[in-house]
Design a protein around this ligand. Sequence first.
Ligand SMILES: Cc1ncc(COP(=O)(O)O)c(C=O)c1O
Length: 510
Amino acid sequence: MARMKRVPASFLPPIALDSRTKTPMYRQLYDWFRRAVIDGQMRPGQRVPSTRGLAAELKISRIPVLQAYEQLLAEGYFETFVGAGTCVASSIPDDALSPPFVKKRKGQQEIVGKRGPRRMSRRGVALTQSPEQSWLDNLGAFRVSLPALDHFPIRIWSNLVARHSRRPIKGIMAYAHAMGYLPFREAIAEYLSTVRGVRCDASQILVTTGSQQALQLSAQVLLDPKDRVCLEEPGYPSARHAFMMAGAQLVPISVDRDGLNVEEMIRRGRGARAVYVTPSHQYPTGMTMSASRRLLLLNWAASSGAWIIEDDYDSEYRFGSHPISSLQGLDTDARVIYVGTFSKVLFPALRLGYVVVPRDLVPAFFAARDAADVFSSTLYQAVLTDFIREGHFARHIRRMRMLYMDRRKALVNALQTQMGDMTEVIGTEAGMHLVAMLPAGTDDVEVSRKAGQRGISATPVSSCYLTAPARGGLVLGYGGANARQIHDGVGKLKMSIQDLSRAMIRRNLQ
Ligand SMILES: Cc1ncc(COP(=O)(O)O)c(C=O)c1O
């Protein structure tokens, strides 16, 4: 008999039995357990109470409990093991678990499950219809946005965590201000003014759960449903999702070697309430927005009353040239909402980011954050404050800049030597990823799927488009991959592209 994974017992939700209905007691118990298993309230392998114990707890006879358990055992919801008693089965009958599917009918949105149609919002439906991004589940070579975690000064970090955890003062454990921990906001403001040319003080810094929440709050505060928002095409898919959540209408605007095509945006984005841009290092193409485009964009925002959401997600890492100052620093009309993150410079599971809010919008952002999830963990804000103040942050960035520069070179070399003209690298020498364009006609999602089967994460550039792209490519992160992994990973990418070409030739011959 196969041994089943033992799952520790956990609390059962209350079982409500109704002695006044016609439904027999055993049936009520059977229905209750079946539902709990299907809904995941009871997990595979979890022990269920003994019949004697449950009968005593519910103050009923043991007979209906025995009958219900027998039925659940017969139908495969429960299993018994010698010495382990009765447990939830390790695999549940398939038809019980078949997922609901989303159906659209005459402008309505419904999720159709076993209980019939159930209405949900248009936004909810639109999000579930976004293509699955399976490449993001893979943490192997070329996963985008993955820093060199093995180079993180974990001992220093752990000491700082211990330092603050040992002092369980009210300030660390109680409710705190929705804008964030003040010393942390002061440290961020100082860093941004010195390094990024951002004009701000601590009162304008709102600490967020990563930059994703900053985008979501910006959308909530600045946009009404159906408002138009311009986005870079190709662009950052998660920004798209944040604006979709606010019910905004997305207007894709092309990107060229000078970044967002602002002239096109002015023509096509008439009436737009906001524009989302990554001017320092366009995601994913890696272009830097030219000075003339920056001024044009700021002028447009000032004259049309639109907002600019500037996502400065990885500008700490520029290799060939000096860092480019932020768009926010050039803004004289307080039109720019500046968003940043610690996900790339430190690590993504920290979930700390920030937004620099124009002064008059501070009360609205404060209220929106308070309504969303109140505030971020004070412990990590305090730890990071010391990490910055004691110089570890600046030292880590300097070390990582050198490392990523080497890793980028290694990747470009490997692509050139192993793949020749099969790919073409685009983008400035910055950040933690590059784009390798594929030969015309190559399906990048298929290449990504084949690479995934070989343990490689390659984000298809087409996933960054709202419309169909003219040519496919792969967004390849090099932050989290060492020289060996880069070399081997490129070999596997090459095999994936060759597999696909062979399959295409075979298909054409048939
Ligand atoms: C354009 C862009 N913005 C922001 C982020 C970081 O997101 P977060 O701070 O939510 O982890 C990423 C990471 O992938 C990104 O590519």
